[in-house]
Design a binder for this molecule. Structure first.
Ligand SMILES: CCCCCCCC/C=C\CCCCCCCCCCCCC/C=C/C(=O)SCCNC(=O)CCNC(=O)[C@H](O)C(C)(C)COP(=O)(O)OP(=O)(O)OC[C@H]1O[C@@H](n2cnc3c(N)ncnc32)[C@H](O)[C@@H]1OP(=O)(O)O
Ligand SMILES: Cc1cc2nc3c(=O)[nH]c(=O)nc-3n(C[C@H](O)[C@H](O)[C@H](O)COP(=O)(O)OP(=O)(O)OC[C@H]3O[C@@H](n4cnc5c(N)ncnc54)[C@H](O)[C@@H]3O)c2cc1C
Length: 661
């Protein structure tokens, strides 16, 4: 689609784009993280879009379960080949955003890239990396990350798969003792992978040392048949991601060499002596890494959904605002603006906090190299909180965008259903959200109780600021609103701690008191993480060196985000006195003003996300707004439309209709 050719474009969209009062390319660069990143993303996307190998012969929704898998594996393999053929400087971590949309509905190599390789990098010592890293980067071996079992996902300490060390032959014996110990879920495990990283309970010298990672060959490298002692399969259809082969795995006393235990952090020596790690949660490092990545991935899903919903809302006309006047664009309804525009604001919130988290991760990783694990709990808490809020915000945001598109949003061809199923899975995987938020709460309560002791953990330093509890601000600057979030979080933590203490003082064991307060604890964790996101949003926009137009748009979006979230949880702000009922009423009014200010810019802002039509894959969201023709053309692809009268009519309907004669 030639974006300069207005003649091919829907007139409403032309008018919307003429209202733009900021530099779109500049905003695109901010979204990508710099001009060079924009250029690189576009280069990769051009490479993919212009390659016919990525086209589906028929829409995926009409394919059988096997064909979906096979078609996506074909494209994934082609993509890997293509990326490998690129000249130097290729870094998949930087480029993952560029790949969004090319592979649809999960892909069988995703966990190889996002977890198996990172697990080798983060958990294997240098000799082990020498043996497996190059081979996996070159895709000579394909792996997955097999942790979850039928009986346990969340409670990693409860895993049942055993790795028992046998010093006589220097081997580990991997065994699945019960049905509930069957590995269940790992992406690509069913049919694609020939290796995997298995998390299993380590037994040596008669003692259990908890879950540890082991690299295990699953299939023969020549025939791809599963090895003796190993049972593998696929777990069947899911809500979404059905092009992947999420699998199951059982071991029957399967032996692997001692050196297949990933030994960067802890070791088992030849004689079976266990050498413990610097920190006993270092073996959870792969999960932490992916949680950080998920925040950015969620912002991209939301970019797709808001692009579709905003463009469609500009093209769609329905009902009337002024009686008797032409039907307005649905984007003119304030309620529609309230659905769509806060989701646009949310995209930037997620982008900026993902960047901040990624920086913290890099500095913690650097410190770990020097043996310093002090900031690991801080990273665990932040990555858990942000993974949880980003996945739930994005999932809800995508769903709101689907609802904003009315009936057409329910069509597969809108690409909103698939965007939703591909996002909501992140609420569950890589740590179920409630569970992760309770980990954040644990950290908050612990930090609150150790006020006065220097921990160096900056995300919780505000908990020591008791004086702010007494003071509510009368100013409404963005900074002042962020302070209100801080006050609300601090007050919830103080309340939860006091409630916990009271129950303990009354004689309850701490763990029962904890469970009894866990709804409130969840709120603490959410409020704390929301405060973090709001603070990063405000600081990033405030310090941004940008043209006036771009800065104004981002200031308005940031302000909308702050006020939107205050109105959603206003009870917490009232309860702690951070805001008065009058303040809330004023802010609610201002939110409506902001919707009106941002409304004329909405299409241009989503244009700045710069998602090519071929990747957006939506009848409703295309650049040219030619929605109705596309919907009709897609409907014609239904196999039921190949004949006027389907066979099923003769088989079932005709006999029924004639039976009463
Ligand atoms: C062709 C393909 C193209 C694709 C391109 C892809 C390219 C990718 C490139 C790069 C990768 C980057 C990443 C990008 C990602 C973006 C996309 C994402 C797609 C990913 C696909 C994912 C598929 C899904 C995989 C999975 O789901 S794997 C399984 C995940 N499972 C879990 O997360 C389990 C959750 N449970 C736990 O983590 C733990 O059990 C627990 C809940 C934390 C509790 O642990 P426990 O040991 O019981 O601890 P406690 O007793 O509660 O606490 C003790 C103590 O420890 C602290 N703690 C806990 N965890 C940690 C930690 N990780 N670090 C530090 N500290 C920790 C805890 O706070 C306690 O501390 P205190 O005692 O001090 O309070
Ligand atoms: C699409 C998808 C892909 C996946 N890919 C992989 C993979 O590649 N590798 C892999 O190993 N795993 C994978 N998983 C598994 C995933 O990691 C687990 O499903 C996840 O960790 C949740 O565990 P669970 O299913 O046991 O849920 P459960 O823990 O049984 O959760 C059920 C309910 O119990 C609640 N609950 C559990 N514990 C607590 C608690 N302590 N406090 C309060 N409430 C609690 C939860 O909040 C939830 O409401 C995948 C899952 C999905 C959906």
């Amino acid at each position: 689609m030639d974006k300069n050719n207005e003649r091919e474009c829907n007139e409403d969209l032309i008018r919307e784009r003429r209202k733009c009062n900021f530099n779109i390319e500049e905003l695109t660069n901010i979204v990508d993280g710099g001009k060079a990143r924009t250029a690189r993303r576009r280069e990769i996307q051009r490479l993919l879009i212009n390659d016919p190998e990525f086209l589906d012969e028929i829409p995926q929704d009409y394919m059988s379960h096997e064909d979906r898998y096979s078609n996506e594996l074909r494209k994934s393999a082609h993509l890997m080949q293509k990326l490998a053929d690129q000249e130097s400087g290729h870094d998949i971590h930087q480029d993952i955003g560029a790949l969004t949309g090319i592979l649809k509905d999960g892909n069988p190599l995703m966990v190889h890239l996002s977890m198996f390789i990172p697990a080798i990098l983060g958990q294997a010592n240098s000799e082990q990396q020498e043996k497996w890293l190059g081979r996996s980067l070159r895709n000579e071996i394909i792996g997955t990350y097999a942790q979850t079992e039928l009986g346990h996902g969340t409670f990693v300490r409860g895993l049942e798969t055993r790795a028992t060390y046998d010093p006589t032959v220097e081997e580990f014996v991997l065994h699945t003792p019960t049905i509930t110990a069957t590995k269940w879920w790992p992406g690509g495990l069913g049919k694609t992978c020939n290796y995997c990283v298995v998390m299993a309970q380590l037994y040596t010298q008669g003692r259990c040392y908890g879950p540890h990672p082991f690299i295990v060959q699953l299939r023969d490298e020549e025939t791809h048949r599963s090895l003796p002692g190993i049972t593998l399969g696929e777990i069947g259809p899911r809500l979404g991601l059905n092009s992947n082969d999420n699998g199951f795995l059982k071991f029957e006393n399967h032996r692997i060499p001692r050196t297949n235990m990933l030994m960067k952090h802890s070791q088992v020596l030849k004689d079976g002596t266990y050498v413990k790690p610097l920190h006993n949660k270092l073996s959870y490092g792969t999960m932490m890494l992916v949680r950080v990545g998920i925040v950015g991935a969620c912002s991209r899903s939301l970019q797709y959904a808001v692009t579709i919903a905003t463009r469609y809302s500009a093209v769609r006309h329905q009902s009337e605002i002024v009686p008797g006047q032409p039907e307005p664009q649905i984007l003119d309804y304030q309620t529609q603006q309230y659905k769509v525009i806060p989701q646009i604001a949310s995209v930037f919130a997620l982008i900026f906090s993902a960047r901040s988290l990624s920086k913290i991760q890099s500095s913690v990783t650097a410190k770990l190299k020097d043996g310093n694990t002090d900031l690991l709990p801080e990273l665990h808490s932040l990555s858990s909180g942000l993974k949880a809020l980003s996945s739930s915000d994005a999932s809800w945001g995508v769903e709101v965008c689907r609802l904003a598109c009315g009936g057409h949003g329910y069509l597969a061809s809108s690409n909103l259903p698939r965007t939703y199923t591909g996002t909501t899975c992140a609420i569950t995987y890589e740590g179920e959200n409630t569970v992760l938020l309770l980990q954040v709460a644990r950290y908050l309560i612990k930090s609150y109780r150790s006020i006065g002791k220097e921990t160096g953990a900056s995300s919780v330093s505000y908990l020591a600021d008791q004086t702010s509890l007494a003071s509510s601000s009368s100013s409404f600057s963005n900074k002042a609103l962020v302070q209100a979030f801080k006050l609300s979080a601090l007050s919830l933590v103080a309340e939860a701690e006091a409630r916990l203490q009271k129950l303990c003082d009354m004689g309850q064991e701490f763990y029962h008191a904890w469970n009894y307060c866990s709804v409130l604890l969840l709120k603490c964790a959410e409020a704390h993480t929301r405060y973090y996101i709001c603070e990063k949003y405000e600081q990033t926009v405030d310090s941004l060196k940008a043209s006036e137009g771009v800065k104004n748009v981002l200031q308005s979006l940031c302000r909308l985000y702050l006020i939107y979230h205050i109105t959603l949880t206003h009870g917490d702000f009232l309860k702690c006195g951070a805001l008065t009922p009058r303040n809330i009423a004023v802010l609610e009014g201002e939110m409506c003003d902001l919707l009106a200010v941002l409304r004329p810019q909405a299409v241009s802002i989503v244009d700045a996300f710069d998602i090519p039509d071929e990747l957006l894959g939506s009848t409703l969201g295309c650049w040219d707004g030619n929605v109705y023709q596309r919907l009709y053309d897609e409907a014609l692809k239904s196999p039921l439309n190949k004949t006027d009268v389907p066979d099923a009519y003769y088989k079932y309907l005709l006999p029924l209709m004639k039976s009463s004669l």
